[in-house]
Design a protein around this ligand. Sequence first.
Ligand code: A3P
Ligand code: MG
Length: 418
Amino acid sequence: MDQHGRKVNPPPSGYKNHRRNMDNDTLSVNPKRFRPSHSPHRADPAPLSSSASSCRALSTRRQLYEKPFPVYKQPVEVGSFSLDSERRFFNDARQIRYFVEPPSRPDFNLRDGYKDRFVKRDDSIKEKLDHILRWILANKSKLESRVAAASSSPALGVDVVTWRGHLTKLLTTPYETREGWLLAATLFRGTLYLSEVETEASRRDTENRTERHQEMMYWGYKFEQYLCAEDMKASPDPGGVVNTNEAFCTVVQTKLADHKLLFSGEVDCRDRGTKSPAAPACYIELKTSAEICTPKQRSNFHRFKLLKWWAQSFLPGVPRIVAGFRDPDGLVVGTETIHISQISHLIKNEYNCWKPTVCMNFCSEFLSFVRTVVREDSPRVVHLFSWDPHQDVTYTVHRDSSYCFLPPWYVEGMGSPH
Ligand code: A3P
Ligand code: MG
């Protein structure tokens, strides 16, 4: 994809121009290495030529994915939804916010309001894919009318439904050295649904967060409040309450190699200019990061933070990030606009740095792996894919277990005629 998201033939590097617990009925599969068997430097298709029964594990070694950039079609927004201050779902854009350019010398104190004007979402409530599923049901006839008459195609016309955040984790997996993941997969009416399951390690980390860490998690939301207005003509209201239940989410459709994807992700704000392009190109991601004072800090920012920032925004076709750099006391010392299409240039002088092509090829091959493994079409069956740093991706199979995540209202709603 180029910077406008058009499908292009990328250069050989794919880089410069583009722009456990077991249930009783669990079958545990012995990990047997499944590795791309061809040279990593050739432009071969995804390495899934062996039969499903022999695909037991997938390597995450970066060298295996240093191949030409895969086709990634320009993401198209097919809808959006909102979650209000009580986390109620609305099939509309009522929570969208408008970007207001910060002053050249901003006076933003990110600590302000943490104690007295902060309503934090209850993250012990696991929402799984529920909001996306609600959106799909509300837009079912629109989606189904787009599907070609071919009886072999999935009912929804897409191969994979998931959150953008889950795909971001997949993109960064070949470079991740600290946190593993668990992804539950269910095939239903020809579409694969992927929903994250919290790992034990992540649950422990959440439980053991320091007070300072908890406060710093607020800083990113407070930064958003300084830069966002509720309507086109309004100003930001830094005196208001930060409520992290509220969200505006875009739903986009795209294609990665031969995988038709439908996913949703939270969007911070949109450009309010009268000439702003159509969504998702009008969207702006807001981020905060520690102020950069030394070459080592700059290098770390490029090597670690920009990887995550790039993956998150590249996936839905959000073209720019406005970053706020803050000191240790939470005062913003400067802001900068980072264009997603420029990130590959920013990192090019870093030794042994991450490569967008590795991220996209790994994601594509993971999806091929999952689609080869998951054959039974049933909301009662979950394949749980598991990954820990320096290991291969492996999986276990669970029937009628607590891992099932497609709710009855969705299964029934999808079965009923439109
Ligand atoms: P920053 O991105 O400025 O750190 P997002 O950037 O994805 O829109 O998320 C908004 C804010 O939520 C983040 O701001 C951060 O404050 C908080 N946040 C999101 N995910 C987080 C995580 N995994 N750990 C800590 N904070 C997180
Ligand atoms: Mg943000």
